[in-house]
Design a protein around this ligand. Structure first.
Ligand code: NDP
Length: 679
């Protein structure tokens, strides 16, 4: 056997031996006999036992360092780099009985064997310095130092506990979720001078200022890189606004009918290209093709078609002012407007914003979320193919900084955002100095109320739609499911049965019902929420873990999760999770459930399941939510306005109501007699 191979074999055997019989039991003779060689040969390669063990320890440390490096390569943000370090240390390939017991055996000897101490010092210093560098971009230097040491200590602690439980309580997913939740919480409490603060109501969230000049779009189901796009900065945004200003004047000069015809053609093209676009959307978002092929593209096309039809009917009013005068109003466009999208329904969001904007004669500059930059580019192509003059709809790419260039731009008259509550507040503040109109479609924690006379299967079906469609990444989801005490047991049983039968898998497989979450970072956040739910005492009915079977291990899949016995004050019942996590809460009385449903800062959506028609309307009238359903959930036809109350947003998308948000009225007084001037 070649020398290098022999060395590796002996090191492997040493690690096996440490895992099985520990440090004391692992002698040169015993290792040699396991490897089927003479003790002399082992001594020839490694000197003595300490030399052999130091080589084995170095090999473990080197392998971990390689894993860290490879994960760091794919991490684009400071937060992602921290996650990469956590994942490398606690990933399933590292966090197992064999490797863990070997590490522990070494740690026990570090103080007594100088060779081991050196390896340990290098490994520890490198881990802390990696963490500190990433943290320094998010929090002040001193805090970064402290936090790096804490994270390193927690990783060691998790290892130690797993080893002491003889690996019975070791679970890589839970260990990482614990660390992730810890890091998220600590970061939420600290804000660095280099960070832009976005207040998210309950706590401040640091958003790192990214210096990256490119977006790397990743398929969240496989980790594959789909595309690299250049980030647009001030020069590109200024140029886009200038092009849009010129184009908007020509566009607004067309009749509504002419504009409508072009929008209608774009709707047709979207439908013709449904297959290609839904595959692209599934690859960019991780959502099942089963959904994107029937919802995302079609919903965008429906919206374009609806506003195409309305464009020709946009009109002002004639106002009779007696024989001496009359008045009229003109409904005019705002000018150049901006749309900023979230990552859950990228194409649909772009269409929901572009369709009313363009129908009213505006030009739109649209920035998709950095995580899903691709389909908006296709929409721009489709508009051009449909005959839209160049510059009327343009896409800029980038992170929050590019968004800010739009919200602060003096020539942009309006911004429509779909995103988190904290981002909504930041956007509104940034829009204030230039007095822009704003439409904000923000987050929610919506109640879905099931009375004891509800049709049980429909109510369960509604709760499933309202929690697990798009892997739960839907703003209007009814994640607080209030179920009447009398039917709760039956409800939970049906939920368990139907959730257990759901198919999680490759988003491009037409049989798949639950795809991947948008990113590793988001998956860790969702797993952290699940871990908190467990810690707070909610009863896990089904799900609760990352799905890593076969190829799914490459992506970010989380099993649909149902918690029962939730209390209103638990974090899973209070905070938006934006993942496949349902919280079931019990109630007894109508007044009680309405008060509890309304006891939230959010007000996006709500639903009532009952057979009693008067109760349905009575309860809906008292719920503080912008979009409500009776005996259904998450159905959003373009004809009905969609939007939130309270912290869930301002303004409405869809329906005729959207026109109000993309146009302004001009009042004109027309004299029919001489001017009666006293001067
Ligand atoms: P974010 O708020 O993080 O981002 C939304 C968009 O805003 C992204 O394009 C983002 O850029 C950009 N952005 C972030 N900060 C700023 C800023 N300061 N100024 C200007 N633009 C900024 O939301 P997510 O993308 O994470 O989407 C999930 C959220 O969206 C959830 O809270 C969900 O409830 C909500 N949502 C609401 C809907 C509704 O209709 N009410 C529908 C769908 C989602 P980038 O990410 O590229 O850096």
């Amino acid at each position: 056997m070649p020398e290098e191979q022999r060395r590796r074999q002996l090191i492997d055997v040493t690690i096996d031996s440490l895992a099985e019989v520990g440090y004391v039991g692992s002698t040169l003779a015993q290792i040699a006999s396991r490897a089927g060689v003479s003790p002399g040969l082992v001594a020839h390669y490694f000197g003595d036992k300490d030399g052999l063990l130091a080589a084995a320890f170095r090999s473990l440390a080197r392998r971990l360092a390689q894993r860290v490096r490879s994960r760091l390569r794919g991490a684009l943000t400071a937060r992602a780099r921290i996650q990469a370090l956590i994942d490398a240390n606690l990933g399933p390939e590292e966090f197992d009985r064999r490797t863990g017991t070997a590490w522990l055996a070494f740690w026990g000897q570090v103080l007594h064997v100088p060779g081991l101490k050196r390896v340990q010092r290098v490994y520890q210093r490198r881990a802390i310095s990696n963490l500190r560098h990433a943290l320094q971009q998010l929090v002040p230097a001193e805090e970064a130092r402290r936090l790096a040491a804490m994270i390193a200590a927690m990783i060691d602690g998790v290892w130690l506990r797993a080893a002491l439980s003889e690996w019975h309580e070791a679970d890589s997913g839970s260990a990482r979720a614990l660390l992730t939740a810890f890091v998220d919480e600590r970061l939420a409490q600290s804000v660095s001078p280099e960070s832009a603060t976005v207040s998210s109501g309950r706590s401040a969230r640091p958003v790192s200022v990214r210096d990256s000049t490119q977006i790397v779009s990743i398929n969240p189901a496989t980790g594959e890189v789909l595309a690299r796009l250049r980030v647009d900065g001030a020069a590109e945004v200024d140029a886009a606004v200038e092009r849009a200003r010129v184009a908007q004047a020509q566009w607004a000069a067309l009749t509504g009918g002419q504009r409508g015809r072009i929008l209608r053609r774009a709707a047709d093209l979207l439908r013709t290209r449904n297959e290609e676009l839904s595959v692209l959307e599934s690859r960019d978002t991780g959502k099942p093709i089963q959904e994107t092929s029937v919802v995302d593209v079609h919903s965008g096309a429906d919206c374009l078609e609806y506003f195409a039809g309305i464009a020709a009917s946009l009109a002002g009013e004639h106002v009779d002012l007696g024989p001496q005068a009359f008045g009229y109003t003109r409904r005019e466009p705002l000018g150049v407007v901006a749309g900023i999208g979230a990552w859950n329904y990228p194409l649909q969001i772009a269409c929901w914003k572009a369709a009313p904007a363009l129908a009213c004669g505006n030009a739109m500059i649209f920035k998709p979320a950095e995580l899903t930059p691709l389909s908006a580019v296709k929409l721009e192509e489709i508009f051009v193919e449909a005959g839209l003059p160049a510059g009327v709809f343009q896409v800029v790419q980038g992170f929050a900084d590019t968004g800010r260039l739009l919200t602060r731009h003096a020539q942009i008259r309006k911004v429509s955002l779909t995103g988190e509550v904290g981002t909504g507040k930041a956007v509104m503040a940034d829009a204030a100095p230039t007095l822009k109109h704003v439409t904000l479609e923000l987050g929610g924690k919506s109640p879905l109320i099931v009375f004891d006379d509800a049709h049980l299967e429909n109510a369960v079906g509604g709760a499933l739609l309202g929690n697990f469609y798009s892997a739960g990444e839907v703003c209007s989801n009814g994640t607080r499911v209030f179920v009447h005490r009398r039917i709760k047991a039956a409800f939970i049983e049906r939920l368990r049965a139907r959730v257990t039968a759901m198919r999680i898998g490759d988003p491009l497989d037409p049989r798949t019902q639950v795809g991947a979450l948008i990113s590793r970072e988001h998956m860790e956040k969702v797993l952290g929420c699940i871990a908190r739910g467990r810690a707070e005492g909610a009863r896990l009915v089904v799900g609760g873990q990352r799905v890593v079977s076969g190829d799914l291990a490459k992506g970010f899949f989380v099993a649909p999760t149902v918690f029962d016995d939730c209390r209103d004050d638990m974090s899973i019942a209070r905070d938006e999770i934006f993942g496949p996590v349902m919280s079931v809460l019990e109630f007894e009385d109508e007044d009680e459930v309405i008060a509890r449903a309304n006891a939230t800062e959010f007000g996006l959506a709500a639903a009532v399941f009952t057979s009693e028609v008067t109760r349905a309307h009575r309860v809906i009238a008292r719920l503080q939510a912008g979009t409500c359903w009776i005996n259904h959930y998450n159905i959003t036809p373009v004809e009905l306005p969609f939007g939130g109350m309270k912290a869930s947003g301002l303004g409405r998308e869809n329906g005729r109501a959207a026109l109000e948000h993309y146009s302004q009225l001009k009042s004109v007084y027309v004299a029919m007699a001489d001017v009666d001037s006293p001067y």
